[in-house]
Design a protein around this ligand. Sequence first.
Ligand code: ATP
Ligand code: MG
Length: 654
Amino acid sequence: MSPAAQTETKLYAPSADTVARAHVNAETYDRMYAASMADPEGFWAEQGKRVDWIKPFTQVKDVNYNFGEVSINWYADGTLNVAANCIDRHLATRGDQTAIIWEPDSPTEPAKHITYKELHGSVCRMANILESLGVRKGDRVVIYLPMIPEAAYAMLACARIGAIHSIVFAGFSPDALAARINGCDAKVVITADEAPRGGRKTPLKSNADAALLHCKDSVKCLVVKRTGGQTTWIADRDFDYNEMALEASDYCAPAEMGAEDPLFILYTSGSTGQPKGVVHTTGGYLVYAAMTHEITFDYHDGDIYWCTADVGWVTGHSYIVYGPLANGATTLMFEGVPTYPDAGRFWEVCAKHKVNQFYTAPTAIRALMGQGTSFVEKHDLSDLRLLGTVGEPINPEAWNWYNDVVGKGKCPIVDTWWQTETGGHLMTPLPGAHATKPGAAMKPFFGVQPVVLDPQSGVEISGNGVEGVLCIKDSWPGQMRTVWGDHERFQKTYFADYKGYYFTGDGCRRDADGDYWITGRVDDVINVSGHRMGTAEVESALVAHAAVAEAAVVGYPHEIKGQGIYCYVTLMNDREPSDELMKELRTWVRTEIGPIASPDVIQWAPGLPKTRSGKIMRRILRKIAENDFGSLGDTSTLADPSVVDDLIANRAGK
Ligand code: ATP
Ligand code: MG
């Protein structure tokens, strides 16, 4: 059998220009990777110099992966401050350089350019305000803000005084917010009056009010003015940030933090179950975020870099705020959505700010691809040098569109595979070092040792042309340290199933050339008549058909085959469902992949259940396919719960 993703083996080599400019070329990659394997301590001691330490570390790595005694420490005896690394150390050389370009939801509202000097003042003021509200080193602060500069100020202000932030995406409900405030026993919640997004406004302050009804009375609420919209106010609980900022001093000394002091807590997306409160610490995280930002995106001084993620996701933490600012970069922060006021907004913003590196998610690419090429072609994208994706496997169809239509065939694409848990990229092609293959995560980052294990026996499968469960041998500095308040869950989730390894939960193939492909979640591998296949392969085949906009595939119990293939298919805007089309799609998948992958059930799905970060929640689709609607699990991170009702009502073959 030849899975769809495997048939696409065309190699896209970097241009001579890209190679010449790159921090890392093929030869440097091989040399540095070998060095990181031969002497990890020496390698990471050297990389540790990327950040400024108050007290330099003498220990590099102290890691134990044994179930029951898992403990992960990097640079443990060093001290530093993350905000000082992201701001203060740049002031002498680039105080007047733009640190953050802020692009508002509405294109008619002016953008802001915030210099490193201004960032310093704003962060210090916010830090002093938090201290005046009683926040001290080690205390937790929940941030529930739109994508406005104050979100970055709040993160860095926490880091400056040693408070631990936990960001809750502004699209989340009061219940999800309350659970996260209580989960970490936060002292303060920082929110805004309203969050404009796609021309609509979310009433953040009233959501926070509703959430706080379920929290301790002592929790304070600091409110940023964004729209000036009406809010209710509770004296002694609610505080006006803008008023306090007028009075606050613009200097606040950075706290001396241990490398292993927590920097933030962040919940995973909840694609596979109850979200986990991932804890990242100070020193190793910053070294890893800074290094991957510079090398993966080949960032150079003067470049304009844009990551479209929300700061509510780990991508926003590592690749909008901490990585770029630690490197003294200019990072763009966008408040809006890709389709407002129209499907050309991303490209308009790229042209307007002369963006050099652009980093987004496959879900956005697929959505924009469905709108045609004219929205892209209207805008001057000649400054783009590199494109990136993150969040899901990217199907070759979307990869090719991104490459041809957006990148005009001259921008390398970095398909970065990583997780909230990993803090930064673990596998990605490097732009000046590797030829890319559409849909492949290609190569491990320095110091990262991916292994492919047999899912049943847990034995390492060596050689190329193999497939199995993806684990990582040994640690890297950006790794999560624990689940907040539940070290037991941390050990059980990541270190119990495959002893001595970090278990990623993802499946993976190492192809004949030794390059890595993420095949989806391990849970998403199905076994049809004894043949194991990743559901992503069937999805890629379906999406390659001109009528199909999006597809999600799950297994369901099948009397004869063990598992059958159940496909949810969203059609292109201009196509109508019909029995002929259903037949055509079945034949299509059979020819694309093989008879074994022939769909047993196809259900037309006007929408698919997605997390707020745009990932398809296959576990819900699996329940629907299994006819088991009673136990859909945690659905609090769903973007649009009504989609689920529709799918249940129209379940095929009920
Ligand atoms: P939860 O762990 O709560 O189920 P989640 O896994 O969706 O949620 P994230 O940390 O946001 O939470 O996502 C990480 C996952 O996203 C990876 O484990 C992988 O399945 C997928 N992923 C991320 N980037 C890529 C990529 N470039 N290629 C393929 N898959 C990717
Ligand atoms: Mg996960």
